[in-house]
Design a binder for this molecule. Structure first.
Ligand code: GBH
Length: 440
């Protein structure tokens, strides 16, 4: 069925990546190790023993990848900066070669008329800082603000993202231990959360002080939480889980406070409340200029607080497919929080499609996924939700963290033996959508 949904002129169509997932060149040109180098080289942590040592080779294929973005008609490219490429020790001496790589990237984007959206932190903390306690150390927020100032001054970028998905750092990095730094301690996880929030706020303050007119915001992965049935118990559990999934990330930044029910819940499990010092929330609530929303899946919880699945699941078993969840989250953001331009900074699907004999990658499932989510997003926009752009995750197949190279989220297929890039059918579909401005 034809949808015929028109998007506003100037809608920011983009794609997203992150440094450790695509760059490779892990030990080249002075880059220092990050927690993900340590983690991926620890046996048993990543499927198949995969690492980001080479990844999609983007560090060496920069100009080819820039041309690819232009060929796909992208108007925006969301990438992240490897902190330890710029500051190998995390603080102190700047590595000019590392900074130059991002200068070439940004210049190359401007030359092609593609807007950069630079993320400061997509999980690859310098190992030297982890050795000093990482995000559990309050100083980490100050180290982050110093690093942020270095790249703010060096790069001609108007739009900035602070911390990618603090929830994933908290849950995967500090509770389940399936991401770096591999900790399994809820008590410590919420201390890290507070310092991630503080880091965000300090960087936002620094940008506003040093470069008025530029914009900055977080990139939060949000999931609408629905009760799995009509009972009171499920409704109560859904409210609790909404706190853990969404409100503890949104409220401090957008409302200047941790939710009361969540602070009680956290206080029973973590010393975190003692780490919230006078004045911290004013820093964390530095007004943001844009809010990055990353949407993949909803959550349903039953009366016992168990997760229940109600929709088809992708190759990634956590990724329950429910496009209406994007509509729900957008409408809720517009209702519950002060107005701020929204950017979908990630949304995407892994598929197993590979080039056929004719070289084509027929990833019809990915096309359907993006189409359905864009239709849901368009419906929210038609009701007044200010969404200014959408970034598909991801431009390229890449290192999918603990899943290694076994899950491919790219619009572009990457042969990890040859580093050859092949735009999938979804990439060509997306290019045509961008050119036309109408979702069919
Ligand atoms: C995003 O995370 C990331 O920003 C991006 O780097 C990543 O490649 C992309 O999505 C696709 O995954 O939930 O127990 O299975 C999305 C949220 C949180 C989903 C961690 C996978 C793994 C632990 N992710 N989760 S589990």
């Amino acid at each position: 069925m034809e949808l015929n949904l028109r998007f506003p002129d100037g809608f920011v169509w983009g794609a997203a990546t992150s440094s450790y997932q695509i760059e490779g060149a892990a030990a080249e040109d002075g880059r220092g190790p990050s927690v993900w180098d340590t983690f991926s080289h620890t046996p048993g942590k990543v499927r198949g023993g995969d690492t980001g040592d080479v990844a999609a080779g983007h560090y060496h294929l920069l100009s080819e990848d820039l041309d690819l973005m232009a060929a796909l008609a992208l108007r925006s490219y969301r990438f992240s900066i490897s902190w330890s490429r710029v500051l190998p020790e995390g603080t102190g001496q700047v590595n000019q070669k590392g900074l130059d790589f991002y200068r070439r990237l940004v210049d190359g984007l401007h030359a092609r008329g593609i807007r950069p959206l630079a993320t400061l932190f997509h999980w690859d903390l310098p190992q030297a800082l982890q050795d000093k306690g990482g995000w559990e150390n309050r100083d980490c927020a100050l180290w982050f603000a110093d690093y942020a100032q270095t790249v703010f001054d060096a790069l001609d970028v108007a739009d900035w993202g602070t911390i990618n998905e603090p929830k994933t750092v908290v849950e995967a990095g500090y509770q389940m231990g399936v991401h770096a730094p591999g900790i399994t301690d809820p008590a410590r996880s919420y201390v890290a959360l507070h310092h991630l929030h503080l880091a965000h706020g300090l960087a936002a303050q620094a940008l506003h002080a040093l470069h008025p007119g530029r914009r900055i915001g977080p990139a939060l992965n949000l999931s609408p939480v629905y009760p799995a049935d009509d009972g009171d118990a499920a409704r109560e559990q859904a409210h609790l889980y909404d706190g853990l999934e969404n409100r503890i990330y949104l409220d401090p930044i957008l409302l200047g406070r941790y939710p009361d029910d969540m602070m009680e819940w956290i206080a029973r499990r973590s010393p975190m409340p003692r780490h919230v010092l006078d004045g911290d929330l004013a820093v964390i609530a530095e007004p943001v200029d844009l809010l990055g929303v990353q949407y993949y899946n909803p959550k349903y919880v039953d009366g016992a607080g168990r997760r229940v699945f109600k929709h088809p699941v992708a190759q990634a078993e956590w990724l329950e497919i429910h496009p209406e969840g994007l509509y729900d989250i957008l409408v809720r953001l517009h209702r519950d929080y002060p107005a701020v331009p929204l950017r979908i900074t990630e949304n995407g699907l892994p598929t197993t499609d590979a080039p056929g004999p004719d070289g084509r990658v027929r990833d019809t499932g990915r096309i359907a996924y993006h189409r359905d989510h864009l239709a849901a997003m368009h419906r929210a926009m038609a009701e007044g939700v200010p969404v200014e752009g959408y970034h598909a995750w991801s431009l390229l197949d890449n290192f999918e963290w603990a899943e290694g190279y076994s899950q491919r989220f790219g619009l572009v297929y990457v042969d990890f033996e040859t580093q050859r890039r092949t735009p999938k059918d979804s990439a060509l579909w997306y290019r045509d959508l961008i050119r036309r401005g109408v979702l069919r």
